[in-house]
Write a protein that binds this ligand. Structure first.
Ligand SMILES: C[S@@+](CC[C@H](N)C(=O)[O-])C[C@H]1O[C@@H](n2cnc3c(N)ncnc32)[C@H](O)[C@@H]1O
Length: 197
C-alpha cells in the first residue's frame, strides 16, 4: 500500500513537471538554476528544444549542518570531490549541446549568474537551487529582472516542510502578494509558474 502510494506520488510529480515543461515556450532562451546531475536538464532539452539553455550550479559541497539533508551537503553530498565529479559528468553528458552553443554551463551561485546577465535577456527561468527562503526570494527578484515582459518564472518544491522548512512556498507567496509586475499562472503539485507582466 505504502509502496503503491509512493509510486503514485512519483508519477504525479513526473506529470506535474511535464505540465510545466509544456508551458514553457519552445526554441527560447531559458535558465535552470540547480542542475545536480542534469536529469531535469535532459527533459528540458527534449521537451522544449531551447535556442539557448543556461545551466547554473556551483556544485559546491556545503559542510554546514543546515545542509545536512540536502543533495549537496551531509551524506548525500559526500565531499567537494564528489561535487567536482558531478559537474564534470554534467559537462560530459551535454557535451554535444555545449559544442553546438545550445547549452552554457555557469558553475556559479545563482546570484552571480544572474548578475552576469543583462535585463530582459531570458524567456523563462526554472528555480531549483538553494531552497532556503532568503535564496529563493533573491532568485525570484533576480529572475524577474532577467526575464522579458511576458516571460515565465517557474520552479520546484513549492510546499510545506522539507529541510528548507517551506522556504520556497513562503518566498513565492510573498513575491506574488507584493509584486504587481508578476501574476500567478498556476501551482501544480510542487511546481509553480509565475508570469512577468
Ligand atoms: C534539487 S537539486 C537540483 C535538481 C535538478 N533541477 C533536477 O531536477 O534534476 C539542487 C541543486 O542546487 C544547487 N545549488 C545549491 N545552491 C545553489 C545556488 N545558490 N545557486 C544555484 N544552485 C545551487 C546544488 O548544487 C544542487 O545541485
Amino acid at each position: 500500500m505504502a509502496w503503491n502510494s509512493g509510486l503514485i506520488q512519483r508519477i504525479l510529480d513526473f506529470d506535474a513537471r511535464n505540465f510545466l515543461l509544456d508551458s514553457l515556450p519552445k526554441n527560447a532562451t531559458g535558465m535552470e538554476i540547480g542542475v545536480h546531475k542534469g536529469d531535469f536538464t535532459k527533459r528540458i532539452l527534449e521537451r522544449t528544444s531551447p535556442e539557448l539553455l543556461y545551466l547554473v550550479d556551483p556544485w559546491k559541497y556545503e559542510s554546514s549542518s543546515k545542509y545536512k539533508n540536502s543533495w549537496y551537503g551531509g551524506w548525500l553530498g559526500g565531499s567537494q570531490e564528489r561535487m567536482d565529479r558531478r559537474c564534470d559528468a554534467v559537462k560530459q553528458r551535454f557535451a554535444a549541446a555545449i559544442s553546438r552553443g545550445k547549452v552554457k554551463v555557469l558553475r556559479a551561485y545563482s546570484s552571480d549568474a544572474f548578475a552576469s546577465l543583462p535585463d530582459a535577456h531570458l524567456d523563462w527561468v526554472y528555480i531549483d537551487g538553494n531552497h532556503l527562503y532568503e535564496f529563493v526570494k533573491s532568485d525570484l527578484e533576480q529572475a524577474c529582472r532577467c526575464v522579458k515582459p511576458g516571460g515565465l518564472i517557474t520552479g520546484d518544491d513549492y510546499g510545506e516542510g522539507g529541510w528548507w522548512e517551506g522556504g520556497v512556498k513562503r518566498a513565492v507567496d510573498e513575491f506574488v502578494a507584493t509584486r504587481d509586475d508578476v501574476e500567478l499562472v498556476c501551482i501544480k503539485k510542487c511546481q509553480f509558474i509565475l508570469k512577468k507582466r
